[in-house]
Design a protein around this ligand. Structure first.
Ligand code: NAP
Length: 507
């Protein structure tokens, strides 16, 4: 684990500082960190890309965006103070002259700093630029330093397209930056409830003894979105739900839920256990995929009052595209703890609601006297990631006033008031703070990425060899019809169903 002290000086270079991610998430998060005194005293941000002519234009646009994104937090006087720390360099990522100027600017600034070369290079660009920018940083001697911890390189997902491309991409980056200095973003890891999973599991005696195949019937990790692909067509059509969501966010959540207890809570120990889990997952053959995998693609919705384009009509999407916008898969983890416990993952776009939840369903075994008429419901632990954060536990109680009627009730721990968190900067704020501290625990290691791709590649191979086409579903629905069969075949149900949600949310 790295030193967790706040560093004294920092130069943060954001490549792609005018892009959507930087303007709506990264820079608003940095502003909030500044407001809370969580940025180093000597802090300097340099935005680098080709979009704006100069600093004034960059700042004008940025302040408008941040004001819109953070209506309650934005204070003009404070923003002006923060803006003094922001600079801009118009640069073409492919053009050598820009890197020369970048080097000159960074060196000049550091002359007045207490520490030199404490730099972070954040690649908020299309993934195709990652190897190129890294190579140029090396060519212009921008990557080396005296201290082992610096400079740091931050890369956004996706880390490749499959295992082969990820290996190639990683080996190019490794030529310049060592693993310890690479911070791979999976923004779900910045979410409060995700960080809370290990505390919940290992700081509560009531869960860990029953966290295994003897007591758990199945695990469901579900992340659905109401929105379509927005303006990300070019990226999404080559990616799809398996690569975009399951390879990263859903498998990361699974790793935290299913890993063995780490030796201690240090980053290195947690990482070792996550890697072991993902490795055993990658090594477990995926069986009966014809029954256990469902792919879907949203069709258009044509109503007098509303028209929603289908996926194939979206901008930059091929009209005959067979990219999946929905995926559900069932599998097992072949280790002592989980052998035989079905894991169900489900994700999709343009569905009825935005919802990320983890459901742990416990086995049902009741006293015989409760089995006569209304059989009790299974106990269910729900970890709510977004839009609400919290945990609730469903258990059975006697209906007040009745003689022996049993009803399921919820015990709820709600972390935040209802609020849409996915596109707000909170997760990035946590990630940026960890990055500045040099804390790798919220970032993904290459070995996690590699094993996740091994898992996805197995699914892709099945899909590609069988030429499986996604099943259509209507925008606003719960997904393609076959997804119900996926669980009904096992006499189970998806737990994100409307009735349960309503019951639980009306607490
Ligand atoms: N946006 C999100 O919410 C989000 C979420 C998760 C992950 N990500 C990942 O984050 C990364 C950035 O996403 P984004 O949506 O912010 O991308 P983006 O909007 O396309 O931003 C990229 C920026 O780089 C500039 N640029 C493109 N080519 C350039 C070149 N040759 N030289 C200099 N500048 C160039 C673009 O300027 P022009 O527009 O003028 O070309 C733009 O300002 C991607 O890897 C994406 O997958 C994004």
């Amino acid at each position: 684990m790295k030193n967790n002290k706040l560093t004294d000086s920092l130069q943060l270079v954001i490549f792609g500082a005018s892009g959507d991610l930087s303007q709506t998430k990264l820079i608003p998060s940095l502003y909030k960190l500044f407001k809370r005194g969580r940025l180093p005293e000597e802090f300097f941000l340099l935005g680098a890309d080709h979009h704006f002519e100069n600093r004034a234009e960059f700042l004008r646009n940025l302040s408008e965006t941040v004001r819109e994104i953070l209506p309650e937090t934005f204070e003009t006087a404070l923003w002006e103070k923060f803006a003094k720390k922001l600079n801009y360099l118009q640069i073409d990522f492919e053009d050598e002259a820009g890197y020369k100027e970048l080097s000159r600017k960074l060196d000049k600034k550091e002359k007045s700093y207490r520490s030199s070369r404490q730099r972070i290079y954040y690649l908020a660009t299309a993934p195709g630029f990652f190897p190129l920018i890294t190579e140029k940083l090396d060519n212009f001697d921008l990557a080396g330093s005296d201290g082992a911890d610096w400079p740091r390189l931050v890369i956004e997902k996706p880390f490749g397209y499959d295992l082969e491309s990820a290996v190639e991409f990683n080996s190019k980056i490794y030529r310049v930056f060592p693993e310890d200095n690479i911070y791979r973003i999976d923004h779900y890891l910045g979410k409060e409830m995700i960080q809370n999973i290990l505390t919940m599991r290992f700081a509560n005696m009531i869960f860990e003894p029953i966290w295994n195949k003897n007591y758990i019937d199945n695990i469901q990790i579900i992340s659905t979105e109401k929105q379509g692909i927005k303006s990300r067509g070019k990226y999404y059509d080559k990616s799809g739900a398996l690569r975009d969501m399951i390879q990263s966010h859903l498998l990361q959540m699974l790793a935290l839920i299913a890993m063995e207890p780490p030796e201690n809570m240090a980053t290195e120990s947690i990482l070792q256990e996550k890697i072991k889990l993902l490795k055993s997952l990658a090594e477990t053959p995926l069986l009966n995929l014809e029954d256990n995998l469902v792919l879907g693609q949203y069709s258009k919705l044509e109503r007098p009052e509303k028209y929603i384009p289908g996926y194939q009509e979206e901008d930059k999407i091929k009209p005959d595209s067979s990219t999946e916008t929905f995926a559900a898969v069932k599998f097992n983890i072949n280790n002592l703890r989980w052998r035989g416990v079905p894991i169900y993952l489900k994700t999709g776009k343009r569905l009825e609601k935005k919802n990320t939840k983890i459901f742990i369903q416990f086995k049902s075994d009741f006293h015989p006297s409760f089995l006569d008429n209304n059989e009790p419901e299974a106990n269910l632990l729900i970890i709510k990631v977004q839009p609400r954060e919290g945990v609730s536990l469903q258990f059975n109680a006697k209906k007040p006033g009745s003689q022996n009627e049993i009803v399921p009730v919820f015990m709820d721990f709600c972390h935040k008031a209802p609020r849409d968190l996915q596109s707000t900067p909170e997760a990035y704020e946590e990630l940026l703070a960890a990055l500045i501290r040099g804390d790798q625990s919220l970032f993904t290691h290459w070995k996690e990425v590699k094993n996740s791709w091994l898992f996805i590649d197995q699914l892709r191979e099945f899909i590609d060899t069988r030429e499986i086409k996604p099943e259509k579903y209507l925008p606003g629905s719960s997904g393609p019809e076959s997804m119900t069969r996926l669980v009904a075949r096992d006499h189970r149900q998806w737990w994100d169903d409307a009735a349960l949600e309503e019951q639980e949310e009306n607490l």
